[in-house]
Design a protein around this ligand. Structure first.
Ligand SMILES: Cc1cc2nc3c(=O)[nH]c(=O)nc-3n(C[C@H](O)[C@H](O)[C@H](O)COP(=O)(O)O)c2cc1C
Length: 407
């Protein structure tokens, strides 16, 4: 688990933050900015995702930061997502002409210059005032595809407008009121989304201990998140309902396909059995995901789950993966193991929390650069060339590989 810092600076900031009754993000951010002299203030100077994380940790209010980094239970799956990548090594080829490298993708209405998507993250307004619209502008500027959360802080129509005509996918929590589910599907479709990513990995809640620990050191009331009766924009005008329906089974996919003409992807499966069930149910795509280690604490990294899902799907529908991607080499490994594209969650939120839209852009630039270096360095010039032949599965995680990052 990640324990909140108990250093004097944090305590001083909390003291500065003043009223325990009401604190907006802006008030906190202004105070933090003043004391941030020793940290980088220019996003272009940030060297990698880990340094961005470091800056974000100082700038995001502790309770919100705890929400962002938390896994479940002892954060076993969160840790596994990262460590899983150390199992797989890259087998590069030399003396290949790699002057021109093409990383573009085009599937299910997602057209982008990079296979790195931003996965849906709820309540982005709690990390920076630029919020989801900042993420939309950044992803559009850098030509990346975006998936917007049901729990987004900004209305889907405004976020779509900020995408500059580049389109977007919508992530759905199917509530326990079917008419709400249908209303959200129709609204997303009207807004111009081509694909809905239906999240299926949280049927029974979760035990977020890291989040709770961070909230203990920051119990101020944040109006951005929690004033009485506040609903997320996607729920506005809908009757009250639970966020998920614990009774759903695979037949819901057919009902969803009847209710929308968007493609229906499932997000949050980890096994060959479920991959097969998804194909049989008529899904148009799969995102192998454990909610960034925030769903069941399985202890399995998503990259370790990917090969069995790819084998079960046999190329019939596209498969994406997210969870623990922090390096261009991770993207390379996932695509070589059969993913069509990958998603990142926390990395872009660290960029957002650290510098707003500019920080998200920097995160995308960093990962794109590292990925292209890995492509060229491995003798690969297009995503279609990537295959298992470029990977060695050692069957064992290597705890020594990460010197600069301990999850
Ligand atoms: C703070 C936070 C909020 C999230 N909210 C959602 C959400 O609303 N819907 C969803 O399907 N996944 C959600 N996720 C999961 C992400 O879409 C994604 O699967 C995960 O972050 C990928 O792992 P990574 O953070 O290690 O990159 C959330 C993740 C985080 C960290």
């Amino acid at each position: 688990m990640s324990y909140p810092p108990s250093n004097y600076r944090r305590a001083f900031l909390q003291f500065l933050a003043g009223s325990p009754l009401l604190t907006t993000y802006e008030a906190f951010a202004a105070e933090v900015e003043e004391t941030l002299g020793e940290k980088l203030t220019d996003p272009s100077q940030v060297i990698n995702i880990f340094e961005m994380e470091d800056i974000a940790r100082e700038k995001i209010p502790p309770a919100h930061y705890g929400y962002l980094i938390s896994g479940t239970d002892s954060d076993g799956s969160l840790h596994a997502n990262r460590m899983g990548y150390t199992r797989f090594q890259i087998r590069p080829r030399r003396l290949v002409n790699v002057r021109n490298i093409d990383t573009s993708i085009n599937f299910l209405g997602a057209e982008a210059g990079s296979p790195i998507f931003t996965s849906p993250v709820g309540s982005c307004g709690g990390f920076h005032k630029d919020s989801d619209i900042g993420v939309a502008r950044a992803t559009a500027a850098k030509n990346h595809h975006m998936i917007l959360s049901t729990q987004a802080s900004d209305p889907i129509e405004d976020v779509m407008a900020a995408r500059d005509g580049k389109g977007m996918w919508f992530q759905l929590y199917s509530t326990n009121r079917w008419e709400n589910t249908v209303a959200m599907l129709q609204r997303a479709e009207r807004a111009g989304c081509t694909t809905v990513c239906f999240t299926i990995d949280l049927p029974s809640g979760r035990n977020v201990e890291t989040q709770t620990l961070w909230q203990r050191v920051d119990d101020r009331f944040c109006e951005e998140c929690h004033y009485d009766g506040k609903q997320k924009p996607m729920m506005e005008g809908l009757p009250p309902a639970g966020l998920v329906d614990p009774a759903l089974t695979w037949d819901v996919i057919g009902r969803m396909k009847d209710a929308t003409s968007m493609n229906v992807m499932v997000k949050g499966l980890e096994t060959a059995e479920d991959a097969d069930a998804a194909v049989r149910a008529g899904c148009d795509g799969i995102i192998v995901s454990n909610h960034g280690g925030r769903a069941t604490d399985t202890g399995r990294g998503t990259i370790e789950c990917l090969p069995e899902v790819i084998a079960a799907v046999r190329g019939r529908i596209p498969v994406m993966v997210d969870g623990g991607i922090r390096r261009g080499t991770d993207v390379f490994k996932a695509l070589a193991l059969g993913a069509t594209a990958v998603g990142i969650g926390r990395p872009y939120c660290w960029g957002l929390g650290a510098f707003g839209q500019a920080g998200v852009e920097r995160v995308l630039d960093l990962l794109d650069r590292e990925f292209r270096i890995t492509m060229g360095g491995s003798g690969v010039t297009s995503l279609a060339q990537l295959s298992n032949d470029y990977i060695l599965d050692t069957g064992m995680r290597n705890p020594d590989e990460f010197t600069s990052f301990v999850p």
